[in-house]
Design a protein around this ligand. Structure first.
Ligand code: GAF
Length: 387
């Protein structure tokens, strides 16, 4: 599948630009198992990579020109002068790869020019990190072709800068690190304060389990205001509590912290979510490490309740997935990603998958919602060179 996709993108490059690419690279979308809206609070996250990838065929050029084309958005290549790249000037999908070139250059790396042809199987607007996949695949290709020698975590940081400053979306570091650093068969336990990481074995099939992604088809966008408002509220909470970040509020100090916040009701709810969510990540890690995978289900569900009731970023479609999953025998379910639409994940016994899939379809039809897209998420490889 990956080889076939790589070949198609390579052929697409040649048909478009009339030359062979110097190579072909892939970077995946991700599911976040647990640890939501903790990354910009210096907290813990636990994503794993999807088999869905953004694939880029790239050739260097030496005239300071960047040409970008996507097989998913048929049009002529967009041509940009690298010296003219400036934050928040690019439109649409080209902002992600252009932002990466801008960030690399800003960090002092010579960018001679490149032709890029991309194609992605990561659903966009589904909360599965399609934009980070685009950023990381281009960063990895340029790192290799320009011999920059940057480490994966450094590429992730540069991609985050591209997204924060060039694109203008105030996201954390999780998605870029997931795309750059995940490994097949594992979830990535990441401390977003110092970027230390541990690969946690996460082989669901071996235990007769499945993790379903239910894409509600409700589109979300991070540059829109609600994500930024939550982030600002968390930063206000940290400031009021006199800590660098909410990561520094221990779970057993939560009640005292909430008391100190007095009548700052909105901030209190945000703080409660972040502090309890960090604790949930630690508990999920320890359960997985002791082989008790089924026991993580209730923690996923608790995480959803916290995002719905305290952080307030769920929506009717995501809640319907979770309620339907639990009523149909799933072990646990929660929304994943930034929220306000996108996807939910459902942990279930393998034998229950057909009944669950039907239950989601029926529930969505009954509610008058657009049919969801349901697929199994197998923990897959992070970014890599394919050809
Ligand atoms: C989005 C952001 F890009 C991440 O940085 C993270 O904050 C996530 O929402 C919520 O956990 O995917």
């Amino acid at each position: 599948m990956a080889a076939e996709h790589a070949q198609q993108v390579r052929e697409g490059f040649t048909a478009l630009y009339g030359t062979e690419p110097d190579g072909v690279w892939a970077a995946p979308g991700r599911v976040n198992l647990i640890g939501e809206h903790t990354d910009y609070n210096d907290g813990f996250v636990m994503p794993f990579a999807l088999p869905h990838t953004a694939v880029a065929a790239v050739a260097l050029r030496h005239d300071g020109v960047l040409r970008l084309h996507s097989a998913d958005m048929p049009s002529d290549p967009v041509e940009l002068r690298i010296a003219d790249l400036a934050p928040e000037t690019a439109d649409g999908w080209t902002a992600y790869p252009a932002g990466v070139v801008w960030a690399l250059r800003q960090a002092g790396h010579e960018m001679p020019g490149a032709d890029v042809h991309l194609a992605s199987t990561v659903p966009s607007g589904a909360g599965l990190s399609s934009s980070a996949a685009l950023e990381v695949v281009v960063a990895l290709a340029l790192n290799d072709l320009c011999g920059l020698g940057l480490k994966r975590w450094q590429l992730a940081r540069l991609c985050q800068r591209a997204e924060n400053i060039y694109v203008g979306a105030p996201t954390g570091i999780m998605d870029q690190t997931a795309a750059a650093c995940c490994q097949a068969g594992h979830a990535l336990f990441l401390d977003t304060r110092d970027l230390s990481q541990r690969q946690i074995p996460f082989d669901l099939a071996a235990q007769g389990l499945r993790l379903l992604v239910v894409d509600t088809q409700v589109k979300h966008a991070h540059s829109e205001g609600e994500y930024g408002k939550r982030r600002a509220g968390c930063e206000k909470g940290a400031a009021l509590l006199g800590v660098d970040a909410l990561r520094d509020v221990p779970c057993d100090g939560l009640d005292a912290a909430l008391d100190r916040l007095g009548d700052e009701e909105e901030v209190r709810r945000l703080v409660k979510h972040v502090v309890t969510e960090n604790r949930r990540v630690e508990r999920v890690v320890s359960l997985l490490e002791s082989g008790e995978t089924r026991a993580i289900g209730p923690l996923l569900t608790e995480g959803h309740a916290s995002l719905r009731d305290d952080f307030r970023i769920s929506c009717a479609e995501l809640d319907l997935v979770v309620d339907t999953a639990l009523a149909s025998g799933a072990l646990g379910a929660r929304m994943t990603g930034g929220g306000f639409g996108g996807s939910a994940i459902v942990l279930a016994e393998a034998d229950d998958v057909p009944a669950l899939t039907k239950a989601f379809e029926d529930a969505f039809t009954h509610a008058g919602f657009t049919a969801p897209r349901v697929f199994e998420a197998v923990p897959s490889a992070g970014a890599r060179r394919l050809v």
